[in-house]
Structure formats: structure tokens, C-alpha cells
Design a protein around this ligand. Structure first.
Ligand SMILES: Nc1ncnc2c1ncn2[C@@H]1O[C@H](COP(=O)(O)OP(=O)(O)OP(=O)(O)O)[C@@H](O)[C@H]1O
Length: 307
């Protein structure tokens, strides 16, 4: 949904922060979210970053607060690669437009990444995602609206969460959720923000990415009051490609993890049983096959010419 009454920044516009003086040159529009537009920008030091600017709304302010808390937590833990780079206001044409700047994630949604590189990538990308969720939980928030388009995976396999608009403080009500990913939709628990809410959504994300058709079928066969955790657990047991992670998924769906660190550690153990097929390995195989075909073609041509 496009943000209303938002001045569209044109490429070349220099957005200058009124209090901290950060300067960001707009390169292009990446996308429009409910709380603002996201632009690809170049910082004064020449780095690419993503800038989100929106109308004066408490939702955008809340997003910045979550990211600021996360950054504080990361700095306390010695991690200097924060997602949030700046937050300020831009004064233009008599208006003051709030914006924040974050790491630009050159990635694709997790479902597209897994389709491209193969189902075995779920091990490492899942671990990266659990690590991000765990960091957020330790900072006192849950992500809430977890779904594939909010999980971007870079070519290197690095995982980032984007759109913190649904993040809620632990103990509060979950403020933004989406159908299948919502624990309450399946009568599997409340909409009170606790780490288990995100872990449940992570498990559903796996089912969705690996077998959307069966998930749809399970959903269609049930009435709202008869939907249950066990329907999802049974589905997890039927998806062959997810078999190594089935005990983890069943536990997450049943709300059985004490916290996300424990969930991360368990996933890591199962990953060892399910090593990803190297992306490089696959391309090496293609090169060998290509060279082999060239050699064969050369031999056939040589044989034909010598006759
Ligand atoms: N840091 C980032 N790096 C790269 N792309 C990003 C980044 N943040 C957001 N995006 C992309 O910008 C677009 C808009 O994102 P945004 O988070 O504002 O909203 P949304 O998730 O699309 O929608 P809504 O806010 O309505 O749920 C999406 O396509 C998203 O993938």
C-alpha cells in the first residue's frame, strides 16, 4: 500500500538530516510500504543504503524505536554491524519528513532463494533467520509479521529481516500479523508477543515454502474452530524434504521451546545432518558438463572432417 501524502523523492534529490546532518542522495525507489517509501540511496561516503521516509505516523516512529533498541543491544554485545544507520528528519517545502536509513539488503525473499539454490539451503538460511530473531528477542521485541517477503537472503547466504512495522514489545499484543503465520489463526495460542509466536511463524514459513499446495489444502478442509496445531504437525511429517527438521518443526508448532536461543541451538544440531549442496559445487558441475560437451563436439567435427 502506498503511503499517503508523501512527497516522492526523485533520483538525485539530496536528503539532509536536520539534526545530524547526514546526507543521502536518492538513486531509485525500491518499494512502497504501509508506513513509507523505501529508496536506494548513496551516503556521503559513497556507500549504498536504504532510506525509508513516510508521513508523520506513530507506526514509522515505532519502527525506528525497535531498530534503535536492537542497535543498542547489538552494540552492548560488541556487534558493530547494525542494521539502523541513521534516523532524522528532512525539512523540505515547509514540511518536515521523518526518515531512517538502514543497511541496503541486496537480496531476494527466502522462498525465491530456496527455489533458486535448492531445498537444502533451508538449513543455513533457517539458522541465519533464527539468529536474527534471537537477537531481536533478546532486545525485548518479537518480529510479529514474519513471512517470506520480510526475510531477504543475500547471494552470500546472509539473512536480513526487513519491515519492522509489525515488531511488538514482548508481553504486548501482536500488532500486525498475516493469516497462516498467525498462531491464533490455527488455535495454537494467543496473540500475545512472546518468542514462541515468531518460532511458530518460522515453522509455518517452512511448510509454506516447501509445500504451499498441501498447506492450502489443509486450511481449506478445516473450519476456523477446527484448525489446530496437530494439522500442521502432521503436514510437517509428510514433507519429505523437511524430514531432518521435523522434530524441530513439531516442537515450534506446539510452542515447546523455552526461548529462541534454544531453538537456534537445536536447529544447528539438525543442520549438521543436512549439509547444503554447495552452490559453487553445482556451478563447477555445470562447467565440467559444458567442457565435456565442447570436447565431444570437437571430436565429432574432427572425425567428420577427416573422413
Ligand atoms: N533494507 C532494505 N534493503 C532492501 N530492500 C528493502 C529494505 N527495506 C525494505 N525493502 C524493500 O522495500 C519494499 C517496501 O518495504 P517496507 O518494509 O516498507 O514495506 P512492505 O513490507 O512491502 O509493506 P508493508 O509495510 O505494507 O507490510 C519491499 O519490497 C522491501 O523488500
Amino acid at each position: 500500500m502506498a503511503a499517503p501524502d508523501l512527497p516522492g523523492f526523485r533520483p538525485g534529490t539530496v536528503v539532509t538530516g536536520a539534526s545530524q546532518g547526514g546526507q543521502y542522495t536518492i538513486q531509485s525507489l525500491i518499494g512502497r510500504g504501509a508506513n513509507g517509501n523505501v529508496y536506494l540511496v548513496r551516503t556521503a561516503s559513497g556507500q549504498q543504503a536504504a532510506l525509508k521516509a513516510g508521513p508523520e505516523k506513530p507506526e514509522l516512529k515505532a519502527e525506528v524505536e525497535v531498530l534503535a533498541q536492537l542497535k543498542k543491544h547489538e552494540l552492548e554485545n560488541g556487534d558493530r554491524r547494525s542494521f539502523l544507520l541513521d534516523a532524522d528528519r528532512y525539512k523540505t517545502e515547509g514540511r518536515s519528513v521523518p526518515f531512517y536509513v538502514m543497511k541496503f539488503v541486496r537480496g531476494v525473499p527466502i522462498d525465491a532463494y530456496i527455489r533458486k539454490y535448492g531445498y537444502r539451503q533451508i538449513g543455513t538460511t533457517g539458522l541465519g533467520l533464527l539468529d536474527k530473531l534471537s537477537g531481536l528477542h533478546q532486545a525485548g521485541f518479537i518480529f510479529g509479521d514474519l513471512k517470506p517477503c520480510h526475510v531477504l537472503v543475500e547471494e552470500s547466504g546472509g539473512v536480513e529481516l526487513v519491515d519492522y512495522g509489525g515488531a511488538s514489545p514482548i508481553g504486548a499484543n501482536v500488532k500486525q500479523y498475516s493469516g497462516w503465520y498467525d498462531r491464533k489463526y490455527w488455535n495454537a495460542g494467543t496473540r500475545t508477543a512472546d518468542p514462541g509466536y515468531d518460532l511458530f511463524a518460522f515453522a509455518v514459513l517452512c511448510l509454506h515454502v516447501f509445500d504451499e499446495r498441501s498447506l492450502r489444502r489443509v486450511d481449506a478442509a478445516l473450519l476456523p474452530q477446527t484448525r489446530s496445531t496437530e494439522d500442521l504437525v502432521q503436514l510437517a511429517g509428510r514433507i519429505t524434504a523437511l524430514q531432518p527438521f521435523e522434530p524441530w518443526l513439531a516442537r515450534a508448532l506446539r510452542g515447546g521451546f523455552a526461548n529462541s536461543r534454544e531453538a537456534y541451538a537445536q536447529w544447528k544440531v539438525l543442520c549438521r545432518l543436512y549439509p547444503p549442496q554447495g552452490k559453487k559445487g553445482a556451478s563447477k558441475l555445470l562447467v565440467v558438463a559444458f567442457c565435456g560437451s565442447l570436447l565431444l563436439l570437437g571430436t565429432v567435427l574432427y572425425a567428420a572432417l577427416s573422413l
